[in-house]
Design a protein around this ligand. Structure first.
Ligand code: SF4
Length: 436
């Protein structure tokens, strides 16, 4: 392989995967590789895949096949594939897609530059070299890897292994580096954020970690993703209420509301727990926004269970909600125990019904903001009108929830916080704010 090579990188899947990609980009950048966006110019196309559910697997495979098409035009191109899909299906992929030059396991992922014959010269730790792909004021901070739960539908523990927390020191060091680079919002990600620390410190240590993160100058917002209902207790909600920097927002997938389904899903809580959390939230932080996710079409979900889920969602009034159709994944407890009996058509019908209920709730919640003055973090400019700034209030996570269009006659800078009065709601989830 020639000395300087152009590498084009595609990252699929969740923010946790994106963090891995960003570390890899840093290592590539510290070697003789040149990172390119245009894949036509790439000598090597590197794809970090997702293999969580059917739709993600399909997207990953299509992306690999598109790269294989480019290789047909230029046979000198190399294709390297890593990530969760490879971890699950390496043998099959090797047989089915021979155009790929290397399939790399997760544990070898960060050694890809060396496997390409490159010699990275890292200055400092791997985190010091990380290249952010998000706007420079917001970054994901991965605090642990893997998951100890055994949710019946989920392949993650098989792919990513048991929960392994990073030490507080290591995370704080990285957070300081990010703050020095201009990051103002830390997005805390993992498979099970509220469980953080239990494996290495013997008890959940998320708030001890947050106490230290809050002391870092420059960090203004800390946003929590992937809380698991069993470890979100009253004390947790009180701490969130008292925190100066943790935004009043949390992502906590409930997956279902009905006890029978939660039991079959092997989730470690029941409906009562979700209701308790919603009550604590109302008591201590009524303004907090919650994002949740549910799965429809689980094998034991009857029409009656589905109707009950709909009623629950109507009452609970989550701010944001995602719906997944059940995906029958090999190697999961549900795959062993149940037949995938709900048809795809029926799953989609259930998904659409929930989405239409949620749309009304999300819009109503956004309308309640009209007239309120809110702090907005400016993320960039609208794709349609590139002079129109866009941003987010505390209620929205980057690239996940609704955005806020900022109407102003004064120039605003990307990465700065501005105060604006909400004056309208557009397309259900977006708002318009006037900044004077
Ligand atoms: S908590 Fe459950 S759904 Fe989430 S990653 Fe762990 S096993 Fe999967």
């Amino acid at each position: 392989m020639k000395k300087s090579i152009n590498v084009g990188v595609i990252s699929l899947g969740c923010p946790k995967n994106l963090v891995d990609t960003e570390l890899l980009l840093g290592k590539l950048n510290a070697s003789e590789a040149k990172l390119v966006n245009n894949l036509d110019e790439a000598d090597v196309i590197l794809i970090n895949t997702c293999g969580f559910i059917d739709a993600a697997k399909e997207e990953s495979i299509n992306t690999i096949l598109e790269a294989a098409n480019l290789k047909e035009i230029d046979p000198n191109k190399k294709i390297v594939v890593t990530g969760c899909l490879v971890e699950r299906y390496k043998n099959e992929l090797e047989k089915e897609i021979p155009e790929v030059d290397m399939f790399i396991d997760l544990k070898e992922e960060l050694k890809i530059p060396e496997k390409l014959g490159l010699k990275p010269k890292l200055e400092g730790s791997i985190y010091q070299n990380r290249i952010l792909t998000t706007p420079k004021h917001t970054a994901y901070l991965k605090i642990s890897e893997g998951c100890d739960h055994t949710c019946a539908f989920c392949a993650i523990p098989k792919i990513r292994g048991k929960h392994r927390s990073r030490t507080i020191e290591s995370i704080i060091d990285e957070a300081k580096l990010l703050a020095d680079q201009g990051v103002k919002e830390l997005n805390i990600v993992s498979q099970d954020t509220s469980f953080y620390g239990t494996d290495i410190y013997g008890k959940p240590m998320l708030w001890e970690l947050i106490n230290q993160l809050e002391k870092i100058e420059g960090i203004k917002w800390i946003r929590l993703y992937y809380l698991y209902p069993t470890t979100v207790n009253e004390d947790f909600i009180k701490k969130m209420a008292d925190s100066e920097k943790v935004v009043k927002y949390f992502e906590m997938p409930i997956q279902h509301s009905e006890d029978k389904i939660l039991k079959d899903m092997m989730r470690g809580y029941r409906k009562k727990r979700i209701e308790e959390i919603l009550n604590w939230k109302e008591k201590y932080i009524p303004e907090a926004a919650i994002r949740t996710a549910v799965i429809v079409g689980f094998p034991t979900e009857t029409e009656k269970d589905f109707e009950a889920l709909k009623e629950f969602i109507k009452d609970a009034k989550f701010d944001w909600l995602g719906v997944f159709t059940y995906s029958h994944e090999e190697g999961t407890p549900a795959y062993e125990k149940f037949e995938d009996i709900v048809s795809q058509e029926e799953k989609i019908r259930r998904k659409n019904e929930i989405l239409s209920i949620q749309e009304k709730i999300t819009e109503e919640k956004n309308r309640q903001l009209i007239g309120k003055e809110m702090e907005i973090l400016v993320d960039g400019f609208s794709e349609e009108w590139d002079t129109l700034p866009i941003g987010r209030t505390y209620r929205s996570a980057y690239e996940i929830d609704g955005i806020t269009y900022i109407e102003t006659t004064e120039p605003v800078k990307v990465g700065e916080f501005v105060k604006g009065k909400i004056k309208d709601v557009v397309d259900v989830s977006d708002t318009v704010a006037e900044v004077e």
